[in-house]
Design a protein around this ligand. Structure first.
Ligand code: LCS
Length: 395
């Protein structure tokens, strides 16, 4: 599906796989803002619906602007094909509903994004799917959790917001030996820093709301499958769940995607500087940043990823109260959920993104009450450090 840009390096792929190439020499992909597509004749229409010819019939099923984004991201992930969704959670739901059934079991990362866990633990449990959440940064825990009916291993690495890293090659071997499909949420790393399909995953998914779009103005998701068989199993679920991406949404993501690597290079450089500074600060208890030698999976991150990303978490010695004062006093970092945009965001997972988890599961997942998440933007790092310094002074 995506052989056109295969020979190029990553940045060249980013620019040229998102380019126009259509009518009038348009340099960018046009927005086909249409719900439906006219057939040339009744017979022509019937052939589409019989699957005898390919093309566009109705935007929930497929749309040229959306397809351009699907092909681009599938190419960046070295996968067979992409399936765009209305949100990242739409991608998680589509994959789980397509690949799981009654009396099947999933093994997943304990510190997975809160609502992804909620979907498996609450909603899908009603349909007879069982899920076990373990610290997957220890592969032995994955092995122990596998059962005869385990049909999926669902890993988020690095995980949100504990920043735990899972060994994708090792888990791929375990999943394969059991005949389980191996799904990876690659939102935090993006295909720029980590390509799970190359390491043995079967399906990769994204909240493109984050780094891929990168400008905090779109909610969207993407699924990429390793092969055609999985693509044909998953795509109909997106169509029938109705969680399709809108063409205008796809256009904005295509536009944001072009600068993924330059944005991430800058943001992760800023993040590293800030994390090193925070780790030495007397008011800071700990910092979880993949690039710090103190991070328990620092070596694995170096091996499996080509950069450490721009999100990290930390806790102040003064715990929850000090963390709250810090978040209330930063001036440059915006107190908001989401991450991966050009602007720096700060938030409190225990009371915000992961508030839906029980305290017990949250603590077991490494998301302590006082944990603060920081998504570094591309501002000048000196200003970001000064902002934290003045906020820490009153924390
Ligand atoms: N996967 C990960 C790793 C995420 O961080 C999120 C959203 C999702 C999936 C779901 O994507 P969405 O439907 O929001 O596009 N994470 C969020 C966060 O940490 N703060 O706000 C949203």
């Amino acid at each position: 599906m995506n052989e056109k840009h295969e020979q190029y390096r990553f940045n060249t792929k980013l620019i040229h796989s998102t380019a126009g190439g259509g009518a009038y020499g348009a340099v960018n992909v046009p927005i086909y803002q249409t719900s439906t597509f006219a057939f040339r004749s009744a017979e022509h229409g019937a052939k589409f619906f019989a699957g005898e010819i390919e093309g566009y019939m109705y935007t929930r099923i497929g749309n040229p602007t959306v397809k351009a984004l699907e092909d681009s991201i599938a190419g960046l992930e070295n996968g067979f094909g992409g399936i765009a969704t209305s949100s990242g959670l739409g991608a998680v739901t589509t994959v789980c509903m397509a690949l799981l059934e009654q009396r099947t079991h999933v093994v997943s990362t304990a510190s997975v994004y809160g609502p992804s866990r909620g979907l498996l633990e609450d909603q899908l449990a009603r349909f007879g799917v069982e899920a076990t959440f373990v610290d997957t940064s220890d592969v032995g825990n994955v092995e122990k959790a596998l059962r005869a009916n385990t049909r999926m291993v669902y890993i988020e690495t690095p995980s949100n917001p504990a920043m735990q890293v899972t060994d994708l090659r090792a888990v791929a071997a375990l999943a394969k030996a059991r005949g389980s499909v191996f799904v990876v949420d690659n939102t935090f790393a993006t295909p720029y820093l980590q390509r799970p399909l190359d390491l043995g995953a079967d399906v990769v998914l994204h909240s493109v709301t984050k780094f891929i779009n990168g400008h905090a103005d779109v909610v969207g998701g993407m699924i990429v499958t390793r092969d055609e068989a999985l693509y044909r199993r998953v795509r109909p679920l997106m169509v029938n769940l109705g969680c399709c991406m809108d063409p205008h949404q796809a256009f904005l993501v295509l536009r944001g995607l072009k600068t993924l690597a330059v944005r991430l290079d800058r943001a992760q450089q800023n993040a590293m500087t800030i994390a090193c500074w925070l780790e030495r600060h007397p008011k800071v208890a700990w910092v979880h940043h993949l690039g710090l030698e103190s991070h328990p999976q620092h070596e694995l991150a170096k091996k499996q990823m080509s950069g450490f990303g721009s999100v990290f978490s930390f806790e102040l010695k003064g715990g929850v109260e000090a963390g709250r004062r810090l978040m209330d006093n930063v001036r440059l970092a915006t107190l908001a959920v989401s991450l991966g945009g050009v602007e720096t965001l700060i938030e409190h997972p225990a009371s915000m993104t992961h508030a839906g988890m029980s305290r017990e599961s949250r603590i077991a997942a490494g998301i302590t009450d006082g944990l603060v998440r920081y998504s570094t933007g591309i501002e000048d790092v000196e200003d970001l450090v000064a902002d934290l310094e003045q906020a820490l002074a009153v924390a």
